[in-house]
Write a protein that binds this ligand. Structure first.
Ligand code: EPU
Length: 421
């Protein structure tokens, strides 16, 4: 297992290019199962999770050709409708093949994804959406078995205890595009990644209205064709590097970062003392105030503050003036970074799903470990500003979601390297 070593204390400056969005391209790749024509998807990031999805498509019988950041999915019929435990257990987003397999092949067998270090991650809403469309679903020997004699459009309310669900909306949408008649998904997720999936489906010939709103209307079509499509930039990767500029008191041009995808983050960074200038093809981000200012954040569904940037913002305010408060409303247990940040000298306590962060003057480098992607990103940010050396073990978490992170950070002045173990 590789680890990442950082020698902190350097101000970052220069340009960082944002890669294609992991959470947009995973369901989009799954959606290619809805046609038997060639799909060409570009701006695909080089990430472990993407490779897992490509492996699933291959296991399902599709031929996949990867050329740089472009992936071609060639015609070829699916023989096996099974997504195995071995692959699904390494990446929950594998569940995104359920809707397309059911829509196109009328059956699917997908390993039940199970728990996750960021807390319980049920799939009741996925099942609710698909059952409403006419699927029969059972769980046997750890697998979700779904079959249908033919999906039929209907009105579905898809809201859950924590609001809308990104992947449940994606699965329901992908099943509905080939269903008979009209489907209305109420309390649909509005995240840019869902809109991107919808735009890809439109390019394939689907009939969808209301993308990016809580009411998405689909009129089923008989079949979908192949399409060429480019994935949106990764707003969470962009956000992580925006925070890197502010925490290190540097100045970065984050190429491809989009204001409209990062409104809540921008609002909070400005409150913390950042300066942010919008350019045609990205954002310039720097620190305006001498010290980082305290803030309060509550994670919410889009366009609220994203849970996937909660840990990184926590690193920022650990060295802020005063007391910050961060409440997690999407995954109430997503706080595994707190104990590691405290090992680096932060002063954070947790009360239920609210963390109280008392700003300290400085962090100090330490060996740390995080068992989740975004928590690991938070430790990278802390390491960049900490005195001395930080060693982050289990780097494979970062490799799941941050393309070539050590190269991107080194290119803007960070002293960071990977140690192969
Ligand atoms: N939920 C349910 N029932 C369900 C599905 C979800 O109660 O059937 C709950 C979840 O437990 C959570 C809330 O609904 O409290 C939202 O979860 P959502 O379904 O939106 O999450 P997801 O679709 O499984 C995606 C991202 C996550 C990101 C969340 C929230 C992908 C591949 N993953 O997950 O990304 O945190 O949306 O925005 O798109 C990451 O990239 O690090 C990551 C975890």
């Amino acid at each position: 297992m590789d680890k990442l070593v950082i020698e902190g204390g350097r101000k970052l400056s220069g340009e960082i290019n944002v890669s294609g969005a992991k959470n947009a391209c995973l369901p989009l790749l799954a959606a290619s199962l809805l046609t038997n024509e060639k799909c060409i998807i570009s701006n695909i990031p080089d990430l472990k999770d993407v490779n897992t999805m490509l492996e699933i498509l291959t296991q399902l019988g599709r031929e996949v050709i990867k050329k740089g950041t472009t992936v071609e999915i060639l015609p070829g019929d699916v023989k096996e409708v099974t997504a195995s435990y071995e692959l699904v257990s390494t990446m929950r987003a594998s569940i995104a093949v359920l809707g397309p397999l059911l829509g196109r092949y009328k059956k699917a067998k997908v390993s039940f994804p199970g728990g996750c270090v960021i807390g319980p991650r049920p799939i009741d809403l996925h099942m609710k959406g698909l059952r409403a469309l006419g699927a029969e679903i059972t769980v046997e020997a750890g697998y979700i078995l779904a079959t249908t004699r033919g999906l039929k459009g209907t009105r579905i309310y898809l809201g859950g205890h924590f609001g809308s669900s990104v992947l449940a909306t994606a699965n329901t949408l992908m099943a509905a595009v080939l269903a008979d008649g009209r489907t209305i998904i109420e309390d649909a997720a509005c995240e840019p990644e869902v809109v991107d999936l919808g735009n890809f489906l439109l390019a394939m010939g689907a009939d969808i209205e209301g993308l990016g709103t809580p009411t998405v209307k689909v009129r089923g079509v008989k079949e979908l064709k192949g399409a060429e499509y480019s994935v949106i930039p990764d707003r969470i990767e962009a956000g992580t590097y925006m925070i890197a500029a502010v925490i290190t008191d540097g100045k970065l041009f984050i190429k491809n970062a989009k204001v409209e995808h990062n409104l809540a983050l921008i609002d909070k960074l400005l409150e913390c003392g950042a300066g942010i200038d919008e350019e045609e093809d990205g954002l310039v981000v720097y620190r305006k105030t001498r010290n980082i200012q305290a803030t309060d954040i509550t994670t919410l569904t889009y366009p609220g503050f994203p849970t996937d940037l909660q840990a990184q913002m926590m690193s920022l305010v650990t060295i802020g003036d005063g007391i910050s408060v961060i409440t997690e409303k999407i995954y109430p247990e997503r706080f595994i970074h707190i104990s590691e940040l405290n090992r680096m000298g932060a002063e954070i306590i947790l009360e239920g799903s609210t963390s109280i962060i008392k700003g300290v003057k400085k962090l100090s480098g330490a060996p740390v470990m995080a068992s989740d992607l975004r928590a690991s990103a938070a430790l990278v940010l802390a390491g960049l500003v900490a005195d001395g050396k930080t060693e982050i073990s289990r780097m494979y978490h970062l490799d799941r979601g941050y393309e070539h992170i050590e190269e991107k950070l080194s290119a803007v002045g960070a002293k960071v390297w990977r140690v192969k173990e």
